[in-house]
Design a protein around this ligand. Structure first.
Ligand SMILES: *Cc1c(COP(=O)(O)O)cnc(C)c1O
Length: 401
């Protein structure tokens, strides 16, 4: 038996030196608030918004306090009203239904497919039965649905799409960046996402009124003229007095930390994908493992990997997770009825109306999930894959005996 794995699944890369230097300069200036500027100064927050908008090819960009805040603000800025249905994936992270609740909406959950993306047929059914005007599309764990088919369906249904790109910052569908399909997109810069400021987020959009509302909502007071990636003043004139201030601005310190990381994002994406493919290659040879298919049009960011073990029952999956952990490999199981740490299933979000998603239940019941931190070498990733494969093989021979 080979040695146990000793890597740390939650250890991120250090913040780059250039980012630390910038952060120190901001602290020395004392001007951490985005509207605290001296003549001629472009604050870090404004520079970051311009750079992120350019990276995404978006007209407008707003930096804010978190990905979850970005989601709820995009929904409010779109005009979701109290009790209004909002479609979303049945498989996502809890801040997504949380953002719908925060905006006063009622989440209508849509089934997923075995490739872990939203099921477009079920989307059509749920959109018709709920008369929803908006879909919060979660690219959960970086899996991107067929965006051509999805946007065609959304157009037919007259449903606006707001994209949750927490796991697809840097990803593309064909030649289009993930986040450029819908009316708005939301990103997170929380520590476990693709660029790291501890907490933080973005909204991008090409829609003038949505972005003007989002800016006022984020707590711009009447200082929105100090932004560079928002619409012109006349758009604000129409909405500024009817839009509440729900304070959630980004500060210059976080922006300073993010700018050098954004400049490196494409390189980080390549580093993740080499690691993802190393694990995928090993797991692909293990009997009883089903990996999600990744279509040719999808340029993903492999910051985590998912796989199903469809022929294991609940107790066998628990045994697999425990045995892997004993060898130093941390798997999360999305089928657990009891929410654990970051991982929870839709039926544990009890503030939602009860909904039945038999396909999603079947898929999640055997779905395992593993982080891929960039502090792992490619060889570490192969080793992790081998440990999962060995452990599963032992369990299966024991089961068959
Ligand atoms: C992390 C995450 C969010 C929310 O981001 P925060 O910045 O932590 O609020 C939203 N959606 C998904 C899928 C996420 O993983």
């Amino acid at each position: 038996m080979s040695a146990n794995f000793t890597g740390n699944f939650t250890q991120q890369l250090p913040i780059p030196e250039a980012a630390i230097e910038r952060a120190v300069a901001v602290m020395r200036s004392g001007r951490l608030h985005r509207y605290n500027v001296v003549d001629g100064e472009v604050p870090e927050t404004v520079a970051l918004e311009s750079e992120f908008a350019a990276y995404m090819g978006a007209r407008f960009c707003l930096a804010c306090t978190s990905g979850g805040y970005a989601l709820q603000t995009a929904l409010r800025a779109f005009g979701v009203s109290s009790g209004e249905p909002v479609l979303t994936n049945g498989f996502t992270l809890s801040p997504v239904p949380g953002s719908i609740a925060a905006a006063g909406g009622k989440a209508v959950l849509v089934e997923i497919t075995d490739d872990l993306v939203i099921d477009i047929d079920d989307l059509v059914r749920k959109a018709r039965s709920s008369s929803a005007r908006v879909l919060m599309l979660s690219h959960m764990r970086g899996h991107i649905a067929d965006m051509g088919a999805l946007m065609d369906a959304a157009e037919d249904l007259d449903v606006a799409v707001i994209e949750d790109c927490a796991h697809t910052m840097g990803a593309r569908w064909g030649n289009t960046k993930s986040g450029a399909h819908g009316i708005a997109a939301c990103y997170s810069t929380q520590t476990y996402k693709h660029i790291n400021s501890g907490e933080g987020g973005f909204i991008t959009s090409d829609d003038e009124e949505l972005m003007a509302r989002a800016t006022i909502l984020s707590g711009s007071y009447m200082l929105y003229g100090r932004h560079e990636t928002v619409p012109a003043g006349d758009v604000f004139d129409r909405i500024r007095l009817e839009t509440p201030n729900c304070s959630g601005r980004m500060d210059n310190l976080r922006a300073a930390i993010l700018r050098p990381q954004l400049a490196e994002l494409d390189r980080l994406v390549d580093a993740w994908n080499v690691r993802y493919r190393a694990i995928e290659e090993v797991l692909g040879t293990v009997p009883g493992v089903r990996l999600p298919r990744r279509p040719d049009q999808e340029t993903y960011v492999g910051s985590s990997i998912q796989f199903q073990v469809p022929d294991l029952d609940e107790s066998e999956i628990r045994a697999l997770v425990e045995a892997c952990l004993a060898r130093g490999v941390e798997l999360k199981w999305f089928g657990d009825a009891e929410p654990v740490a970051f991982t929870s299933r839709y039926d544990s979000w009890r503030y939602l109306e009860r909904q039945s998603l038999p396909e999603t239940d079947r898929i999640l019941s055997s779905l395992l999930d593993m982080r891929i931190p960039l502090t792992f070498s490619v060889e570490d990733c192969r080793e992790v894959g081998r440990i999962v494969g060995d452990t599963l093989a032992k369990l299966r021979t024991r089961g068959a005996a």
